[in-house]
Structures are given as C-alpha cells and as structure tokens.
Design a protein around this ligand. Sequence first.
Ligand code: SF4
Ligand SMILES: [Zn+2]
Length: 215
Amino acid sequence: MKLSQARPCDKCRGKIAPQFYRVRVDLAFFSPRNANAVLGTAQILGGIGALAVAEAMAPGAEDAIVCAGDKEPELLDTLFICQECYLAGEIDLAVLLEQLHARREGARADGAADCGARLRAYGVVALTSDELYALKPQLEAEARASKKAVRIAWMHARHGRTEGRRCKDCEHLVRGGYFKCRLYGISASVATDWRLKWEACGLFKDRERAEAIKG
Ligand code: SF4
Ligand SMILES: [Zn+2]
C-alpha cells in the first residue's frame, strides 16, 4: 500500500500510525441455481464423498456462494481501524460502512453514477437473468400461497427479511406520488409499484439513521 492511500481511522478519524487494522468487507450470497446444480449432482451420485465429486463436476460449483468482492474488487470495502479503536471494543461495521459511503458520496459530484455503484455494491447485478428465471415459478407459487405480491416475495427470497421493519422506513423507497423500491427496479409501470406496509427485505436501510449519519 502506498502512503497516499492512507487515511484517518474510519471510526475516530484519528491517526492510524504506527500500526492499524485493515478490515475488508463484502457481501456474499447464495446462488440458487449453482447451489442446486451441486446438490442435484451430489444426490445422483450418492454415498460418502458425493459432495466433493459433485463440486468437481457441476458447472458453477465455484460460485454456489457468490462473494461480490471476488467478482469486482470495487465491491470490496476496506475499513482502517486504529489500534486504540480496535482495542476499545464495540465496532459497528454497518455504521462505519455507511459513514465511509457517505464520505465517498460527498466527494463525488455525480449523484446518478453513484446510484448505479450503490446498486452494484448490494450485489443486485450479480444475479444472472437465468437465475431470476429459474426462481420465478417457485416465487410465484409462494406468493400465491401467502397472498403477497410476487415482487416483495422476490425481494424476501433474494435478500431475506428485516424483522419488525416496513418498507415505509427504508431509504431505498422512492416517493413521488407513487412508491417504488430503488433496489427492485423502477419503471413507469404499476408492475414496479411498492407498498409502504410490506415487510422490509434484508437490504433494508433505516432512512432516519442514514440521514443522521449524513448529518
Ligand atoms: S426494505 Fe427497502 S430495499 Fe427492501 S424491498 Fe423494502 S424498500 Fe426495497
Ligand atoms: Zn480510531
């Protein structure tokens, strides 16, 4: 690392010399298609060691779990933590990353370009259209069974849920006479309309907290 790449501690904003901790963080998620290919092959083979053989045979076995930072280095966030903060205990990774992103956003003039980068940081583009398509029938069936819209079922299946929270309090909810989820995708059609009361997905980002951090 070059001297020019150094910056103050991401927690206390103090100096990091003479030694500090570098924490690298990225998003990792299961790829249903690749995971199913491996498990399916293992089931056909059967017996002890089937999983190892299946992992050598099945296409996409390496990407059964996709680590965003491995795919694109810029999706790997790096935090610098000074020795003192490291030893002092409690470090809230989510808050530190938010602050890091907010500082970067502040440094960047182009808001639109940043929105795209943000989407990629969440790994949204890492899902291939094949994977989307393969999941569709399952999601539609689940949505029918639980009487909810396919689009929020999709977000729950893909990103999990945030218990006790609703989309209405999420920073990714776009308001403009209608409601849309920025991370699901926005179009002029009602097919992307969103409901405030929907149970938040795992990408939920507390709007009030995000605003407080940006100050
Ligand atoms: S919680 Fe946020 S990101 Fe998730 S579906 Fe609702 S609005 Fe979209
Ligand atoms: Zn510090």
